[in-house]
Design a binder for this molecule. Structure first.
Ligand code: HEM
Length: 402
């Protein structure tokens, strides 16, 4: 399109068409540079080259949205349970407060703990696949998203935290209400009210569990967190909500986005040892989360675009993963890429706390899916999420064969 500006392209990204297929828009953005000023949007700029996305996420003069920033725009935020809960978490904190919260979670959510989860991940995967086999035994379609891609990461993190399995399905609907509000295109008062109700209920649930585990500790993360007295109960509940939410609402799309890509490459069935490289390439080629937000903490400049303190920047990780200056032929799925380091888990102080867990889950479970169902095929038309923040499938019907 002649005369298309970065501004036009980012606006196009925020439409259903842009969410459906953002990749041609990213390719056009990359032809224009690394960062673009925006008008008429809540964001003053968008940054999309790999180098610039990496830089802004590591630069402490750009912060995540926190209570201090929320106060002037939403002075009544304390009346909204969803805002109170989120603002009590590491994802919405900066500086020392962020370091204190993250420090505690890093102490208990260790690489060793993730490694120790491996047998459990294999066991849960096998159980879920047996169930899928039962559901599809008569040749009928099974929704891979609901029956597998959601349940696996949700059960894994549920076991890690110490949540009873039977509570997991209740969480999905509650967390979806919060995610609907977090999505930058839909923020009506009804959406906020629903998110408030959900956050209030989840917080109450966690506060009860925290009290129980403090009295009667078990071998789970919540018990360990309550033993260290570094965080208030409300901070613990806020962080548990964010951790649980962040863990499955992203990993569900890693599993979903991976499946059609793997089915299109049957060679992976005979070389399961290559799965880690395939997973990394899925994370790059079709990442679950495309947009993150930063706030300028001071008057500054971002690769030539001036920004005033408090202005918002949209950080397009999905675009950075297709940057031709970082990845040769970025629109080609190529698990054999050398030095393939997608920026899907972010960078800097807020780098994803669960990156190792998400990778482990995918590397262990995806070969099991293919092995369990040698004739697995996609079924009727899938339904996509109409979001860029979390991009993938709402439903992905599959036929598993006899
Ligand atoms: C494929 C799956 C996942 C993707 C693509 C993903 C992506 C990300 C990204 C990009 C961030 C940085 C946000 C920012 O800088 O503003 C982040 C943060 C975070 N993620 Fe993940 N994530 C995934 C899975 C998980 C899992 C499995 C967990 C927990 C078990 C988790 C927990 C968190 C938490 C707690 C944060 C906030 C860290 C902080 O603010 O210091 N994520 N994630």
């Amino acid at each position: 399109m002649l005369g298309t500006t970065g501004d036009d392209l980012v606006k196009a990204l925020a439409t259903s068409g842009g969410n459906l297929d953002p990749y041609p828009l990213y390719a056009q953005l990359h032809r224009l540079g690394e960062v673009t000023a925006l008008t008429g949007l809540p964001y003053a700029a968008a940054v999309y080259s790999y180098r610039a996305v990496d830089e802004i996420m590591r630069d402490s003069s750009f912060e995540v949205h926190d209570a201090l920033r929320l106060e002037p725009v939403t002075p009544d935020w304390r009346d909204h349970p969803v805002l109170v809960t989120l603002m009590n978490s590491m994802m919405f904190s900066n500086g020392d407060r962020h370091a204190r919260m993250r420090g505690l979670f890093r102490k208990v959510f260790t690489p060793r703990r993730v490694q120790a989860m491996e047998p459990e991940i294999v066991k849960i995967t096998a159980e879920l696949l047996d169930r899928v086999a039962g559901l599809g035994a008569d040749g009928s379609e099974v929704d891979y998203m609901a029956e597998f891609a959601y349940l696996l990461p949700a059960r894994v993190v549920g076991r890690l935290l110490g949540l009873p399995d039977e509570d997991i399905s209740w969480f999905r609907s509650q967390v979806d209400l919060i995610n609907d509000w977090l999505d930058f295109r839909r923020k009506g008062s009804d959406v906020l009210a629903a998110a408030d109700q959900a956050a209030a209920e989840i917080t109450e649930y966690y506060l009860e569990l925290i009290t129980q585990r403090r009295k009667d500790p078990r071998a789970d993360l919540i018990s360990d967190l309550t033993q260290a007295n570094d965080l208030s109960d409300l901070e613990l509940a806020g962080n548990l909500l964010v951790l649980f939410n962040a863990s499955f609402s992203t990993t569900i799309h890693l599993f979903g986005n991976a499946l059609p890509l793997l089915l299109a490459r049957p060679e992976i069935r005979s070389t399961p040892e290559l799965m880690p490289a395939y997973v990394e390439e899925v994370l790059r080629y079709d990442t679950p989360a495309h947009v993150f937000i930063r706030v300028a903490s001071t008057d500054t400049e971002l690769l030539g675009v001036p920004l005033k303190e408090g202005q918002l920047v949209a950080v397009l990780t999905g675009a950075a993963n297709r940057d031709p200056k970082r990845f040769a032929e970025p629109d080609r799925f190529d698990p054999a890429r050398v030095d393939n380091q997608p920026i899907s888990f972010g960078a800097g102080a807020h780098f994803c706390l669960g990156a190792a867990l998400a990778r482990t889950e995918a590397q262990l479970a995806l070969p099991m899916v293919l092995e369990h169902f040698p004739e697995l095929a996609l079924g009727s038309e899938p339904v996509r999420t109409d979001q860029l923040i979390l991009r993938g499938y709402k439903s992905l019907p599959i036929v598993v064969g006899r």
